[in-house]
Design a protein around this ligand. Structure first.
Ligand code: URP
Ligand code: ZN
Ligand code: ZN
Ligand code: ZN
Length: 525
């Protein structure tokens, strides 16, 4: 069967849990504590044909309904991972996880939607979109797309418009690093920012100074440092801070919102904090690797171990992790958090692929895993440790909304709330049952990614996703996956999110702040 073709691609799901279609059924989740970003309550949740139809105590249903007991457990919206790279062709190879295996891993970890980055083909957005449509055909959970912009001309400018108006893309990523590959110059960045603003699309940035990184890499090679530690040494946090500051200022100059992906350092985070304090619309996204790990990985004497931690920007020295956690939690009550949501940047390469850089760190494919581990690690690091509440957990892993004092969850960053990120009547039935008294352990042996390594190897913690429901299907239960290739849907994301509210007022203020041009008279002769 078609599903077996996927099962045999190196994923060990076991015959019983593979290719067995569990069609979307009617499900009643009884007695759990239902958590949304705005409140928690003890209630039943009834889902019918993939949609949540009721959330209230003591719901009565007929025998045809599957009943799940969630007494003593949390019933939460499935996670939304805002930053992934599945089937990504990068640095001379392609990630081991594609839109099936990466999503299966996600579902086993309680994530029910992800947003992946479409990479243009020779600069063409249209060709890139078509390529990713194909890659995503075998999806077993819902997904959306951001898109990278790597080149600028009239054609691309028109394509951006088509992507926003017809293809459901509302966010575009600009790479200020990866010189000679994805990197763009400030001139292109400015064109892109203007275009994004005019369409109500969110500009995203990979903030590292690519020219300086290139210089830093040469410096390491000249010093005779060829191993994975050279990766971290060649791109210090000041280069992340420089690019973050520059991107923030250019977005401020154009007066358009900015989303900084994978914020890895205190230095970059502080640039975001300063801008936000001044009222600029900047969103910062830390990733689990940055929150849970430190630089010691790339210093491991074993190459395979060290290379698995190579990602960009690099995982920083101990201390940055704690500061990023604090930036997610401090100010929650005052609604002035510096960072708003957590992604993964899941971009998985196995040890054979990482070995492309055995003699030179510059050839180690950049990327780490996280799509399966994010929900558990964020729970352990942020909730179990007492840094945030359960409602905040839902906000930063799923609802992804920015709190404003006037309107508690006025909107989400990607404009798909409340269809996604909520347990409300009318929301998609993307739900997890989370047992706070159970525990998790992460190992490459037991994970569902196709990679043979895991950067969180051996990590244990409290809490466990016991059931995942995606689109009304029970896809994860009793540690078994029942995933169906092709069952995932593309989620279109409309432009003009709340981040654009009142942008035109800022433009008007700017214009009126310009003094009238000086009237000059020809001097009398
Ligand atoms: O090392 C990383 N982050 N790989 C994925 C590509 C990117 O820059 O997001
Ligand atoms: Zn199978
Ligand atoms: Zn990046
Ligand atoms: Zn990325």
């Amino acid at each position: 069967t078609e599903s077996n073709q996927f099962c045999n691609a190196g994923i060990e799901y076991g015959e019983s849990s593979c290719g067995v279609s569990s069609s979307s059924s009617n499900i009643l989740i009884k007695g759990g504590t239902v958590v949304n970003a705005h409140r928690e309550e003890v209630a039943d949740v009834y889902a019918k044909d993939g949609i949540i139809v009721a959330v209230k105590p003591n719901i009565k249903v007929g025998d045809d309904v599957t009943v799940l007991d969630a007494t003593g457990k949390f019933v939460m919206p499935g996670g939304i991972d805002p930053h992934t790279h599945l089937a990504f062709e990068f640095m001379g190879t392609e990630t081991v996880d594609d839109f099936f295996s990466g999503q299966a891993a996600a579902l086993a970890g309680g994530t029910t939607m992800h947003i992946d980055f479409v990479i243009p083909v020779s600069g063409s957005l249209t060709a890139g979109f078509e390529a990713y449509e194909k890659k995503a055909k075998k999806s077993c959970m819902d997904y959306g797309f951001h898109m990278a912009i790597t080149k600028w001309d009239e054609v691309v400018s028109k394509e951006v418009e088509i992507m926003v108006k017809e293809k459901g893309i509302n966010s575009f990523k600009f790479f200020l690093a990866y010189k000679g590959a994805l990197m763009i110059k400030d001139e292109l960045f400015l064109e892109g920012l203007k275009k994004c603003k005019s369409l109500g699309a969110l500009a995203m940035v990979h903030a590292e100074n690519g020219d300086a990184v290139y210089e830093g890499q040469k410096r390491m090679i000249e010093l005779g440092i060829f191993g994975p530690e050279g990766h971290a040494l060649s791109r210090p946090s000041l280069l992340e801070a420089e690019a973050t500051a520059r991107a923030i200022r250019l977005a401020g100059f154009v007066n358009t919102p900015l989303y900084v992906v994978h914020v890895m350092s205190i230095d970059a985070m502080e640039e975001i904090a300063t801008a936000r304090r001044k009222g600029q619309r900047v969103i910062g996204e830390p990733v689990v690797s940055g929150l849970a790990l430190d630089e010691s990985g790339v210093w491991d004497p074993d190459f395979v171990t060290a290379a698995k931690f190579v990602m960009s920007p690099p995982i920083r020295a101990s201390g940055h992790d704690k500061a990023l956690q604090a930036a997610l939690s401090t100010g929650i009550l005052q609604e002035t958090c510096i960072l708003q949501l957590v992604g993964t940047d899941h971009c998985s390469f196995n040890s054979t692929q990482k070995a492309l850089g055995i003699d030179d760190f510059r050839n180690i494919p950049n990327g780490v895993n996280g799509i399966e581990e994010r929900m558990h690690l964020v729970w352990d690091i942020m909730v179990e440790s007492g840094q945030i509440s359960v409602t905040d957990y839902v906000r930063i892993t799923s609802t992804e909304c920015y709190l404003t004092i006037s309107n508690y969850f006025s909107a989400r960053i990607f404009n798909i709330y409340p269809r996604k990120g909520a347990i409300l009547p009318g929301s998609d039935a993307d739900i997890i049952i989370f047992n706070p008294n159970s525990s998790f352990e992460i190992t490459a042996k037991s994970h569902h990614s196709r990679s043979d390594t895991n950067v969180f190897e051996g990590r244990r913690g409290k809490g466990k996703v016991e059931v995942t429901i995606a689109g009304g299907r029970i896809v994860w239960e009793n540690d078994e996956l029942k995933v169906v290739p092709g069952s995932g849907k593309y989620v279109e994301m409309p432009p003009f999110t709340y981040l654009f509210n009142g942008i035109d007022k800022g433009d008007a203020e700017y214009l009126s702040s310009l003094r009238a041009p000086v009237k000059r008279f020809k001097s009398a002769d």
